[in-house]
Ligand binder design. Structure first.
Ligand SMILES: [Zn+2]
Length: 282
């Protein structure tokens, strides 16, 4: 099993698709669609042009999403057409929608505070998330509710201080090591990015039974359509560092969510070839 790496290197992954949403060049979709076998993945190559972070469109656009079929896979330089604008997925910047946070990849800075957190006004339970993630969560909720699979947000954005007190509370009641299996230490939580939310339904609150509720099934199947992934899948504790949490949704943006669905990678660590994060570094 891959052990925790020493210090992580800055990692930029090229992606052809991200820039498409802001293209505005009126190009026919056909010219931009990938070949049937998809673009080859060139993970880890640094081809930095622009970062797809804040400032992109607020709501996932179903019309644009077909273009997002060109996703985390990059197009080799020699195969690029002039129309395809290569950009990067930033896995390190805490403000990036594709930041990877786990037990060996703390937020930098540890006390990071997202700048554009808004209230989830139209979703039961409320809470706050970054603006684009909140819009996507609202769309996901409305789509789920229309199918009889509505849910309630338990918590979404959590500050460093709140995460710190949560972990301390769990450590007191369950023991420090046990707490680490389901609760992140402050500075290591996806909730602190403003891109994650815990949801519940049918009285199943933060338990594996959530996966068997209508809401749990809906978000597992359709979350990607709104840019969400179930971040801590079953049987991946050695990869993510966390037990199965079917209730913990992470916004990564639709292009990456679709790319992971297409690649079959269950976790961000596996999709990007990152070191596994079963535990904190000593
Ligand atoms: Zn969570």
């Amino acid at each position: 099993m891959s052990a925790a790496s020493p210090r992580r290197r800055r990692r930029l992954v090229p992606a052809a698709a991200i820039a498409l949403a802001c293209f505005g060049l009126g190009l026919g979709a056909g010219a931009l669609m990938p070949p049937a076998e998809g673009w080859p993945l060139v993970a880890g190559t640094e081809v930095a042009v622009a970062t797809p972070t804040a400032g992109s469109s607020a709501t996932p656009d179903p019309a644009a999403s077909s273009l997002a079929a060109i996703t985390a896979g990059a197009v080799p330089v020699e195969d690029r057409t002039p129309e395809i604008q290569v950009t990067t997925l930033d896995l390190d910047d805490p403000a990036s929608f594709t930041v990877v946070v786990n037990k060996v990849r703390p937020l930098d800075p540890l006390d990071y505070v997202p700048a554009d957190v808004v209230t989830l006004d139209a979703v039961p339970g409320g809470g706050t998330m970054r603006a684009e993630a909140a819009a996507a969560m609202t769309a996901l909720y409305e789509a789920a509710a229309a199918e009889g699979a509505g849910f309630t947000v338990s918590t979404a954005y959590r500050s460093y201080d709140l995460q710190s007190s949560l972990h301390a509370g769990y450590s007191r009641s369950r023991g420090y090591d046990a707490a680490d299996r389901f609760s992140a230490r402050a500075g290591y939580s996806e909730h602190q990015t403003g891109l994650a939310a815990d949801i519940r339904a049918d009285g199943c609150d933060l338990e594996p039974c959530f996966a068997d509720t209508a809401a749990g099934r809906y978000v597992a199947e359709h979350g990607w359509e709104h840019g969400f992934i179930v971040r801590y899948p079953a049987d991946k504790e050695e990869v993510t560092g966390y037990i199965y949490e079917p209730w913990h949704l992470r916004y990564v943006g639709r292009p990456l969510a679709k790319a992971m669905r297409d690649s079959g990678a269950a976790t961000m660590e596996e999709h990007f070839g990152l070191a596994f994060a079963p535990d904190y570094e000593p």
